[in-house]
Design a protein around this ligand. Structure first.
Ligand SMILES: [Zn+2]
Ligand SMILES: [Zn+2]
Length: 292
């Protein structure tokens, strides 16, 4: 038995309104810093992934935001999960889309553990997870291209496995070198200019490290600034192994960078911190940006 109810449908009833096409989410306006488009997300303790798409580079992978998958080179600053959590998904997703296996740079002290992590995933799901893993010691360099290399530099965070991060440079041959090159002479003396330095999580002590002169000269310094106001003191920031914005401002005379991109704000800050910090302190020469 079937129960029915209601009036029979009338052929003269008005047609149902055509559904509107799904509206696309508004594209977030892209940040550009010193000529480099910059994308990504960075919230302290949650996820950090800063992307320079024109270099095909991501610094840290966070939870693997979609845009990170397109980047061929990944630099992991340290093994806290808010920086490395999405690593396996990054490699797996590139494999799924048949993209070139990525090159992943990690601090040498965690390289074996990262290799084991991939072995565990392979054992669990029979996947290939193809990638090239490059351990970097502090001071060690690696050429991404003929004119682009990276060098790991020391930072100061909470645990020993977190002391190595990366810096990018562009090698710019001078006119003399070019002449020699054209005449077939082997070029051994290349002028390099530091372009981008990325600190990951660190105390502000990296500023005082004499080996980090190039970091302070890089065109763009991407630096963590986990704490922003008086609710957390500079001393507390140090106890947690992090940097306070006031330390960056008070030492800005040591920073020769043209632009400073602040990342890794604590999730305690709920207000939009703003894109520009031009007026942070009278006398600051740098342009300040934030990634949150
Ligand atoms: Zn972190
Ligand atoms: Zn950390």
């Amino acid at each position: 038995m079937e129960a029915t109810s209601g009036e029979p449908a009338s052929t003269s009833s008005p047609p149902a309104p055509t559904p509107a096409p799904p509206s696309r989410p508004k594209k977030k306006s892209q940040m550009e810093v010193e000529g480099y488009p910059v994308e990504g997300i960075s919230i302290g303790g949650q996820e950090t992934c800063v992307i320079f798409p024109t270099l095909s580079v991501a610094f840290d992978i966070g939870r693997c935001p979609q845009r990170a998958v397109a980047q061929e080179f990944l630099f992991i600053s340290h093994a806290h999960l808010d920086h490395i959590g999405g690593l396996s998904m990054y490699v797996a997703t590139r494999g799924l889309f048949r993209m070139r296996p990525p090159t992943i740079f990690v601090p040498a002290c965690v390289a074996d553990l990262v290799a084991r992590l991939f072995e565990v995933h392979r054992a669990m799901d029979q996947s290939e997870l193809a990638h090239k893993l490059v351990p970097l010691e502090v001071g060690q360099e690696y050429h991404l291209r003929k004119d682009l290399k990276v060098r790991a530099f020391r930072t100061y965070h909470a645990i020993p496995s977190q002391q190595k991060l990366k810096q990018e440079y562009l090698g710019l041959p001078g006119s003399e070198i070019k002449k020699l090159k054209l005449s077939g002479v082997e070029i051994t003396n290349t002028v390099t200019t530091p372009e981008i330095a990325f600190t990951g999580d660190t105390m502000s002590d990296f500023i005082l490290d004499p080996d980090n002169a190039d970091v302070l000269k890089a065109k763009i310094l991407v630096v963590e600034s986990t704490f922003l106001d008086d609710s957390i003191s500079i001393e507390h920031a140090k106890e947690y192994g992090h940097t306070h914005l006031l330390e960056i401002v008070s030492q800005s005379d040591k920073l020769e960078n043209k632009a400073i991109l602040l990342i890794h704000f604590s999730a305690r800050y709920t207000v939009e911190v703003g894109i520009s910090y031009h007026c942070l302190r009278a006398g600051c020469q740098q342009n300040f940006y934030s990634c949150n």
